[in-house]
Design a protein around this ligand. Structure first.
Ligand code: MG
Ligand code: MG
Ligand code: MG
Length: 307
């Protein structure tokens, strides 16, 4: 039985490219493995796949009776449906350790770096397996994407070193220019419905027994979102009404390096406590200077506030 390799729900560039790369690596170690995704690829991921001649993974949403390698997550809320009816044999991630547990031993590569791509580069090196050119380019882009061209506080020296090495393998001379082209596509919001922006990079978390949803839209200039912000608040309200304590949407300005956070909550004081600020204004939002990373700057203080 082939192992399916899968990233989180609402797959981003890292989840897609990590699934492709880990499936390649497992295959070269003698296991049968195939990449899948829990949804269609985003425009920026499509740009990367096209650029490096890779194919989008088939869509799979259920784990029943399958062997599974998880990439870019280890939270049940972000994983395949019926994960307990499948067998998790491997986890490759760079987030907080989630709530996936296994009755069987498993291979686990989890490091506090900026991207799964950096972990996967280390795995190829560990096993002495050459990284194919196209996969090197895809991993390079995933790292530039997750670290927002090294600007995110999640970025480590290991991520930068991995990019240098991967750029050489992929034959990319100016990888920052490539990264900027990709982020322009990622940040394009023109004509995109509010519901799609809400879901673009949305994740559910279990915080102290409460369901909390946090989405993120990264743009080159927050002004691009002015007209659609009220509609985004409505999308937050819809999600919150659907059994969530709190829904937040980070509107991240990658040039100004900060986020306006839209908040719809049963108790916004918990969010205020998490960030030491006030939620207010017409949109019920707050600006958090320097806030670029959900996993490093939003999830930890929120979990503390909800504990
Ligand atoms: Mg991800
Ligand atoms: Mg990632
Ligand atoms: Mg991200």
């Amino acid at each position: 039985m082939a192992i399916i390799v899968v990233g989180h729900k609402n797959p981003d560039c890292d989840s897609i490219t990590a699934a492709i790369a880990v499936a390649d690596l497992l295959s070269k170690r003698g296991m049968e493995a195939t990449p899948v995704a829990q949804g269609p690829v985003t425009p920026d991921a499509a740009f990367v796949l096209e650029k490096f001649g890779l194919t989008a993974p088939a869509i799979e949403t259920d784990a029943t009776d399958k062997e599974i390698a998880l990439v870019d997550h280890s939270d049940l809320a972000q994983s395949l449906n019926n994960l307990d009816k499948g067998k998790v044999v491997c986890i490759v991630d760079h987030h907080k350790l989630g709530d996936v547990t296994t009755p069987n031993p498993l291979e686990m590569w989890v490091m506090p770096v900026g991207c799964s791509g950096t972990v996967i580069k280390a795995m190829y090196d560990f096993y002495g397996i050459a990284i194919p050119k196209g996969i090197a380019g895809a991993l390079l882009c995933a790292i530039l994407n997750d670290t927002v061209l090294f600007k995110s506080p999640t970025c480590t020296d290991a991520d930068k070193a991995a990019c240098e090495a991967l750029a050489k393998l992929a034959g990319v001379a100016d990888y920052k220019a490539l990264g900027m082209d990709m982020l322009k596509i990622k940040g394009s919001v023109d004509g995109i419905p509010a519901v799609d922006l809400m879901n673009r990079d949305y994740k559910d978390f279990n915080m102290g027994g409460k369901k909390v949803g946090i989405g993120q839209v990264e743009v080159l200039d927050l002004g691009l979102l002015d007209k659609i912000k009220p509609a985004l608040v409505e999308e937050c309200k819809k999600l919150q009404a659907d059994g969530r304590h709190t829904v937040m949407l980070l509107l991240t300005d990658i040039m100004k390096e900060g986020s306006e956070i839209l908040v719809v909550s049963q108790d916004a004081s918990l969010v205020e406590k998490a960030f030491g600020g006030k939620v207010g204004g017409a949109l019920n939002s707050m600006w958090v200077d320097g806030c670029m990373s959900r996993k490093k700057q939003v999830v930890p203080p929120m979990e503390k506030a909800f504990a």
